[in-house]
Ligand binder design. Sequence first.
Ligand code: 3PG
Length: 227
Amino acid sequence: MSLLTLIRHGQSIWNQQNRFTGWVDVSLSQSGVKEAQRAAQMLAQQRFDLAFTSELLRAQDTLYEILRHNHQCHQYVRIHDTGSQWYEHFEMSPAEELELKIYVSQQLNERYYGDLQGLNKDKARQLFGDDQVHTWRRSYDVAPPNGESLAMTVTRAIAYFQSHIVPALQQGKNVLVCAHGNSLRAIIMHIEKMTASQIAAYELKTGSPHIYQCSTAMEILSKQVLE
Ligand SMILES: O=C(O)[C@H](O)COP(=O)(O)O
């Protein structure tokens, strides 16, 4: 059995300003730092064997806040996703084996919101109408102008989940994934076998850990959401 802990980053400064963020690399707000610290307290006793995050600051800062307060993890090494599995071959001494590996990948980035990035969501509603903005935000297969649909985010995030995260879970490792609302909804849709309409309506609070107990055959044995 293994534990899969999914957590959306703490509130960002553009979440606070109600602006479409996507791949714009904004920091956590003061409230977001507090959310990350609270999540760290909730997860302080949890042992993690490895972690995954996106290339974006708000997810990485939330992850490091959790690791800084984790009683099991004292050192870590970041491995950037360069497309090659170079890290599978390098030798680590027993002491280095204690280092937690953090895999950083663009595949776990937030949904790319294209031309909407930076725009205030209320301003967008004034410009394009409530229905159009809701469709861009919460439909499954409609993309915002020059952006990704949720379906496109799901495709890349699940491909990464299956190629990099599932093998670790099948080996019984405890995995921490600190990412974004839409890339995590992609993973949740996959493991909970949700439909497109169910996941389109599913909301993840910032800084709220979703903890799944998984069998090595990837059955979900239990789910706990900490708030
Ligand atoms: O990127 C963003 O704007 C948010 O993090 C997610 O926005 P959404 O909840 O509108 O998808």
